[in-house]
Design a protein around this ligand. Structure first.
Ligand code: GRF
Length: 242
C-alpha cells in the first residue's frame, strides 16, 4: 500500500543525528502488558526508551515484564489515597520523576482525572480496542459482534478528559469473520494492536506527529482521517494512498 507520507523505511536505516536523543516514554498498564512488551521489544530500533512503567495494581504482570529488562516499575495503590485526584497526583508525581516526553496508556484501566491529563496535554496517548469513535468503554469486541459489524479493530488516540475520546492518530482494521466469538476476535485485534502501537510511537519519537487542539498533525499537515496500519505493519494515510 504505497503512501505519499509514509514511504516504507526500515527503522534500521535511520541515521540518528549527533544531537538527536531517544524519546522518553512512561507507560501506564494495569494488567497483562502485552502492548508494553511490544514496545519493549521494539525500543532498541525505534528511537525511544521506556523510562518507567506505572500501574494501579501491584500484581500486574506488566510490572514484571518491565523489571525483567531492568526498566523501573512502580505500583501506586488506589486504596492508599482518599480521592481519585489524590491517587492521580501521586501516580503522576512518580511519572514526573522519570521525566517522560510521552505517556502511553497501554491497557491502563482507570479513568484519568482532568488534572492528570492537563499535566501531559498533547503528550499522552492511549490504545483502545475499537475503531473509535465506535465502542468507547468496555466489552468492545462483544458489542461489535452483537451489532453485526463487518469490521472491528483498534485505535491509538491522544487522551483528553473524556473516556476513549481525543484526536485519533491511527487505527488497525480487522475484518470480522463468520461465527467469531468475542474471545477470538479480541485475540485477532490484539495481534494488530502491537504493531499499531509500535508504529505510532515510532512516528511520535521521530517528531512527525503532534496534537493541535482537536487535530492531529502529521509532518505539519492536519490528518483528514486516522492513519491506517497496513499489512506491512507501516502506517499509511488513507487520503494520500496512490
Ligand atoms: C488491550 O486490548 C488494550 O487495547 C486495552 O486493554 C488491553 C490491554 O492488553 N486498552 P495488554 O495488557 O496490553 O496485554
Amino acid at each position: 500500500m504505497p503512501s505519499r507520507y509514509f514511504p516504507a523505511r526500515p527503522p534500521e536505516s535511520r541515521v540518528p543525528s549527533p544531537e538527536s536523543r531517544s524519546l522518553r516514554l512512561a507507560v501506564l498498564a494495569s494488567g497483562r502488558g502485552s502492548n508494553l512488551q511490544a514496545l519493549l521489544d521494539a525500543a532498541p530500533t525505534s528511537g525511544y526508551v521506556i523510562a518507567g512503567v506505572f500501574s494501579d495494581r501491584a500484581n500486574a504482570p506488566a510490572l514484571e515484564r518491565a523489571r525483567a529488562v531492568g526498566v523501573p516499575a512502580i505500583a501506586i495503590d488506589p486504596k492508599a489515597h482518599a480521592t481519585r485526584e489524590d491517587f492521580d497526583a501521586a501516580l503522576f508525581d512518580a511519572v514526573d520523576a522519570v521525566a517522560p516526553d510521552l505517556v502511553v496508556c497501554a491497557g491502563y484501566l482507570r479513568i484519568l482525572t482532568h488534572a492528570a491529563v492537563a499535566r501531559y496535554a498533547g503528550r499522552i496517548v492511549n490504545i483502545h480496542p475499537s475503531l473509535l469513535p465506535k465502542y468507547p468503554g468496555l466489552r468492545t469486541h462483544a458489542r461489535a459482534l452483537a451489532d453485526g459489524e463487518a469490521a472491528h479493530g483498534a485505535s491509538v488516540h491522544y487522551v483528553i478528559p473524556a473516556l476513549d475520546a481525543g484526536p485519533i492518530i491511527a487505527q488497525a482494521r480487522v475484518p470480522i469473520l463468520a461465527g467469531e466469538t468475542p474471545t477470538i476476535l479480541a485475540e485477532r485485534v490484539l495481534a494488530r494492536e502491537h504493531p499499531l502501537l509500535v508504529a505510532c510511537v515510532r512516528l511520535l519519537a521521530a517528531g512527525r506527529i503532534l496534537q493541535r487542539g482537536s487535530a492531529v498533525l502529521v509532518d505539519s499537515r492536519p490528518l483528514a482521517a486516522p492513519l491506517l496500519l497496513g499489512a506491512d505493519d507501516q502506517l499509511h494515510d488513507p487520503a494520500h494512498v496512490a
